[in-house]
Design a protein around this ligand. Structure first.
Ligand SMILES: Cc1ncc(C[n+]2csc(CCOP(=O)(O)OP(=O)(O)O)c2C)c(N)n1
Length: 695
């Protein structure tokens, strides 16, 4: 803990945040001054007196993490980063919300040094913070000596989060915070900005929870009634919260801070007017007057700037840790190297060396298996090469098959590399984002594909943040059968393919599944999603070398001399494409089958490769037990798609495939129709005898 400034200096330091927020929002003519003004005093106490970070090295691995879950208050964190000495010059604050500035409307990781996660979708920041605190706890269990010699504890930092009423109203905060209580993430300290205001006004009409009781029931340590404008009270609360982090059985802490939104604005404080709009010139002037701030916009008086500058302190924090790390390295050289590798997100040489044998082993098995089982087989083989794996499932471990041989179950007081997240799909996805952002583990988590809708915004966030998370989504179509339309995905795979930066794999057999895993693991710039079948599928590839073809996302699986048409199959329908090819060949129509396990990866191949696999001159039919529209970009307006444009039904899977016309007969009829059209310049009527179809 750093020496407290005098009350007057503390007040001025907080006012520096207020004025920077007011001026930046005023200049941008948009933004949210209310939260930064209301939380400025809390921010001064936390950042100036407690936060252990190093502005000159934002990536120092044992730094405390800070998450602004109420990301609309972005000027709060930009002001803090600038003032404490991060590489965020004042010119960036002047360019708040401008194209290519480092000060986007909401904080974005990878754009602004010191921003740990992208926040803005309310409730997800606190959930990311839970993931970060979980990663810290797991790493401490795995790497600290835990032999009573605390001097060698190289992982021991806190995760702090600011959140508003909005985050607490969002359901995901329940999912994540409830789990944080169960897991006793005692180094997680959250500050509730209890200002009673959200966009529509005073929250009494829509938010009357007893938040302290709610968090107590989760098993949190709750510090109530803290005056969020009283530095001494805030300081005391933080000290008491930090004490929990030192306890063997400590709890996460919620500090409930009563604040006034827009504190400092004489006419707008305490109203929702100040939540998300510029104050206006007259009120800016009145605020300056009220705060006794006489500087021009974007000018900080030297004594206040000096008081805020945390660079020297940060270097000292880091040095002190380096001493520990050196002692640790000399005692545990392998573990030190392993930790550093994992924090960088690099793969080990063991992985590269072992991967060919994984593919060999997968190809050696001829039996038909579901791709969810093929995924588990791949995990069994990959996990020994990837100690950074941290798997889990939202209460469907036995269905998603995310656990692997020898995995250890992570629990409150037990390190593990597989976790039951409970029925919390959205929470799980956001927690995984926090884990990967923290570093040290490679998270993957499972649920049914249909419930990707629950987690979708967190999947989107992993893509936006370019983070390596692997989403394991089983029961990927009507092929799951009797559970019926509530559980059967129709539009999910096509719509997930549209999330920029997300690679959606829908593998067709064992090798394709193993390659999908490898590609997800090897990606450094984004998430992957594996859509896996419940039902058994035959082996299509039996040579490990074929892995290279699969890595292209789409490839020629089976070709015939003089092919007159292309059939694109994906996932469980690739085998239908293969059967149709054989039947068509018997009828004298040679075709090519293209397997397309990942359209996103295929789209990144060269034009030459794409045109080689899918020649523009050949009529093309695509088949997928999903909404058909997505395939238009590959088959064109003149091709045909065999898909399902309605919800499914409850029945055994084979009956459903027949009912919806996802059949070889229909593929064959489509190919014949197109081939006939090409030779006679008009198409045969497409036999549309099956229930729903867009063709
Ligand atoms: C998931 C999500 N829904 C809606 C919004 C739009 N939004 C931004 S701030 C806000 C109100 C938040 O209220 P509160 O947390 O109390 O913030 P304060 O008014 O105190 O700044 C809303 C609805 C959002 N950012 N994220």
């Amino acid at each position: 803990m750093t020496q407290a400034p005098t009350p007057e200096l503390a007040r001025q330091m907080a006012n520096a945040i207020r004025i920077l927020a007011v001026d930046a929002v005023e200049k941008a003519k948009s933004g949210h001054p209310g939260a930064p003004m209301g939380m400025a005093d809390i921010a001064e106490v936390l950042w100036n007196r407690h936060l252990r970070h190093s502005p000159s090295n934002p990536h120092w691995l044992n730094r405390d993490r800070f998450v602004l879950s109420n990301g609309h208050g972005s000027m709060l964190i930009y002001a803090l980063l600038h003032l404490t000495g991060y590489d965020l010059p004042m010119s960036e604050l002047e360019n708040f919300r401008k194209l290519h500035s480092k000060t986007a409307g909401h904080p974005e990781v990878g754009i602004t040094p010191g921003v740990e996660t992208t926040t803005g979708p309310l409730g997800q920041g606190i959930s990311n913070a839970v993931g970060m605190a979980l990663a810290e706890k797991l790493l401490a269990q795995e790497f600290n000596p835990n032999n009573g010699n605390d001097a060698l504890n190289i992982i021991d930092h806190f995760t702090y989060a600011f959140l508003g009423d909005g985050c607490l109203m969002e359901g995901i905060s329940h999912e994540a915070c409830s789990l944080a209580g169960t897991l006793r993430l005692s180094k997680l300290i959250a500050f509730w900005d209890d200002n009673g205001i959200s966009i529509d006004g005073h929250v009494e009409g829509w938010f009357t929870d007893d938040t302290p009781k709610r968090f107590e029931s989760y098993g949190w340590n709750v510090i109530k009634h803290v005056d969020g404008h009283d530095s001494a009270a805030i300081d005391k609360a933080i000290q008491s919260a930090r004490a929990q982090g030192m306890h063997a059985d400590g709890k996460p802490t919620l500090i409930c801070c009563k604040t006034v939104i827009g504190q400092g604005s004489p006419n707008k404080a305490g109203t929702h007017d100040v939540h998300g709009a510029a104050l206006g010139a007259a009120e800016v002037a009145a605020t300056r007057e009220a705060l006794g701030w006489h500087e021009a916009p974007f000018v900080i008086p030297a004594p206040i700037a000096q008081a805020w500058d945390a660079r020297a302190r940060g270097v000292n924090h880091e040095k002190e840790w380096q001493v520990r790390m050196s002692a640790y390295r000399s005692q545990f050289p392998d573990k030190a190297a392993e930790l550093e590798r994992r924090m960088k997100g690099e793969l080990s040489s063991t992985y590269a060396a072992g991967l060919p044998a994984v593919f060999e082993s997968v190809c050696a098995k001829a039996d038909s298996i579901a791709t969810r089982k093929a995924s588990q087989n791949a995990l069994d083989l990959l996990a020994p090469l990837l100690p950074e794996f941290f798997g889990g499932s939202a209460d469907l471990t036995g269905s998603n098959l995310t656990n692997f041989k020898g995995c250890k179950i992570a629990k409150r007081d037990q390190w593990g590399n597989h976790m039951s997240y409970g029925v919390r799909e959205f929470g799980m996805a956001a927690i995984m984002n926090g884990i990967v952002l923290h570093g040290g583990y490679m998270p993957y988590g499972g649920t049914f594909l249909t419930f990707s809708d629950y987690s979708r915004n967190a999947i989107r966030m992993s893509a936006l943040m370019k983070q390596r998370v692997i989403h394991v989504m089983t029961h990927d179509s009507i092929g799951l059968g009797e559970d019926g339309p509530t559980h059967q995905s129709v539009e999910h795979v096509p719509s997930l393919r549209l999330i920029p930066g997300l690679d959606v794999w829908r593998p067709a057999d064992g090798l394709e599944t193993a390659v999908a895993w490898a590609c997800g693991v090897e990606r450094h710039d984004g998430p992957s999603l594996l859509a896996l079948s419940r039902q058994n599928l035959p082996r299509l590839l039996d040579k490990a070398d074929d892995a290279e073809k699969v890595r292209k996302g789409g490839y020629i699986l089976s070709d015939m001399e003089g092919a007159k048409a292309v059939i694109i199959g994906t996932g469980s329908e690739t085998m239908l494409a293969m059967q149709a090819q054989a039947n068509l060949a018997a009828a004298g129509i040679p075709t090519r089958v293209v397997s397309m396990p990942c359209t996103n990866v295929f789209d990144r191949q060269t034009d030459a490769y794409q045109n080689m696999v899918l020649p523009l001159s050949l009529p093309t039919v695509a088949v997928e037990a999903a909404h058909p529209d997505f395939w238009r970009k590959y088959v064109g307006r003149t091709g045909m798609v065999i898909g399902i444009a309605t919800f499914g039904e409850s029945a055994p899977a084979p009956d459903l495939y027949k009912h919806f016309g996802i059949t070889t007969d229909r593929i064959e009829a489509a190919v014949k129709s197109l081939v006939h059209r090409d030779s006679h310049k008009h198409a045969l009527p497409f036999p549309d005898h099956v229930v729903p179809s867009t063709n």
